[in-house]
Ligand binder design. Structure first.
Ligand code: MN
Ligand code: MN
Length: 313
């Protein structure tokens, strides 16, 4: 019998444990197929802070999510044993120490045969996670949904912050660059050459304006086909959505994805060998209605629903 979330008819949804979807808490990843992990940090952000409160609020908003995905038929808890490992004990006064703490933590988690699903936290956290993921799986494919490519070389001279993650990951050989897709890119840049390097590395970059007013099902099918077999990491920056849908984030950019587009994209990637994923950059202090965290929590459930081994009814 796999772990089940507490049902809404067993205990009122506004009560009970503060775990993701009110799943059981666990101390280690032993015996799990999926480990939910919070990384409450915001010292890698360049503009508005607040993502340190992201994991707690994503878990809070997840309490209303029911276990069966009516629209897709996914019943993830029928076959996958899931639990919430709580938060990584980051050092809120030291970013570089935090990066090492995160990679050590994921090294430990990945000693087990488990898919880590991370609640952020600012996007910096994806770099140490990818270090641990690549140590286990080798260079991975990547689906990175974001308003920003996060490929700067440095910010204020710092090389490991939320805007440099995917350049470092490329340089360190953590990614298979021919299987990297970045979707939703937009906003203002520093120069006309901002995207030259990643395109040269082999990244596929999909600008938001290319997918305005369109279903993302065809794009998802193309990504799925092009990435093909082999391990893939999925990194979902909530600022990929338009600020109309997800205002509670640190670096909002107008002209982004709609919520249905975000769902179509994830659903269309079913079949990929996803070995880990994250949902980052939810900043509750800027999320006055809770809608951003609600959307983020549901997108996590959508990602859970496409993991390898999920039962479809
Ligand atoms: Mn980002
Ligand atoms: Mn972003």
């Amino acid at each position: 019998m796999t772990n089940q979330p507490i049902g809404g008819n067993e205990l009122a949804r506004f009560s009970g444990p503060g775990t993701f979807m009110r799943l059981p808490a666990a101390e280690t990843a032993q015996g799990l197929d999926v480990a939910i992990i919070g990384v409450p940090m915001d010292h890698g952000t360049s503009w508005r802070s607040g993502t340190r409160f992201g994991p707690k609020e994503l878990r809070s908003q997840s309490a209303m999510i029911r276990p069966y995905n009516i629209q897709t038929g996914a019943a993830p808890f029928d076959s996958l044993n899931c639990a919430d490992l709580g938060d990584v004990a980051i050092n809120t006064f030291n970013l570089s120490a935090t990066i090492d703490i995160i990679s050590d933590y994921y090294d430990e988690v990945l000693k087990h045969d488990v898919v880590p699903m991370t609640l952020g936290g600012d996007h910096t956290l994806t770099l140490p996670i990818l270090r641990a993921i690549a140590k286990k799986h080798g260079p991975v494919g990547l689906v990175h949904v974001d308003a920003h490519a996060d490929v700067s070389d440095s910010m204020f001279g710092e090389r490991e912050v939320h805007g440099t993650v995917f350049r470092r990951a490329y340089e360190e050989g953590l990614l298979d660059p021919s299987r990297v897709w970045q979707v939703g890119l937009r906003g203002t840049g520093y120069s006309a050459e901002d995207f030259d390097d990643p395109l040269e590395w082999g990244f596929k970059m999909i600008l938001a304006q290319e997918i305005w007013h369109k279903s993302l099902a065809p794009l998802a099918a193309e990504i799925r086909k092009e990435i093909g077999e082999g391990p893939v990491y999925m990194s979902y920056d909530i600022d990929s959505l338009d600020p109309a849908y997800a205002p509670g984030t640190g670096t909002p950019e107008i002209g982004g994805l709609t919520t249905p587009q975000a769902m179509e994209l994830i659903r269309g990637l079913r079949g990929l060998d996803i070995v880990g994923c994250d949902l980052v950059e939810v900043s509750p202090p800027y999320d006055t209605t809770g809608n951003t965290a609600l959307t983020g929590a549901n997108l996590m459930f959508e990602m859970l629903s496409i993991l390898p081994g999920v039962t479809y009814r």
